[in-house]
Design a protein around this ligand. Sequence first.
Ligand code: ZN
Length: 145
Amino acid sequence: MALRDQIDKRGPARHMSASDEVRKTTDYLVHGHLRRALSSAWRAADTSLREGDAEALRAIMAICEELRENPNKRIARDARQLSSYCQHTLNGAGGGVESHSIIARISRIRQPKRVCPDCAEQVQQRAHVCKFCGFRFESLDDPSE
Ligand SMILES: [Zn+2]
């Protein structure tokens, strides 16, 4: 925290940047805390707007994409509202760079990984062969054979 205080002279350590808030939102999402993720995403959107951070806004929209078809109607509606809020803000904020790391991280939520017992690298859940070391998973999956 001391380092943060030195970097950010505007205020106490409580201040979070837009990318900090997006990271926090992603953490909530990854751990399945959807309501907390959404309220954190709204805060992140406000901070992004204040900082003119288009990259953070795109990341928030990617988060909304994950939630807008959620079976919980309140969460889905909230995600759609936030998404269009970000879209409007972006139209005024100009260009920016895609937040590849965060979008990649979110897309991994849907694809559970398994850890190769041979080399300990993470590979796709449905892979038959480890792409890193060639270990064959069939031997683990089919005890009958
Ligand atoms: Zn392996």
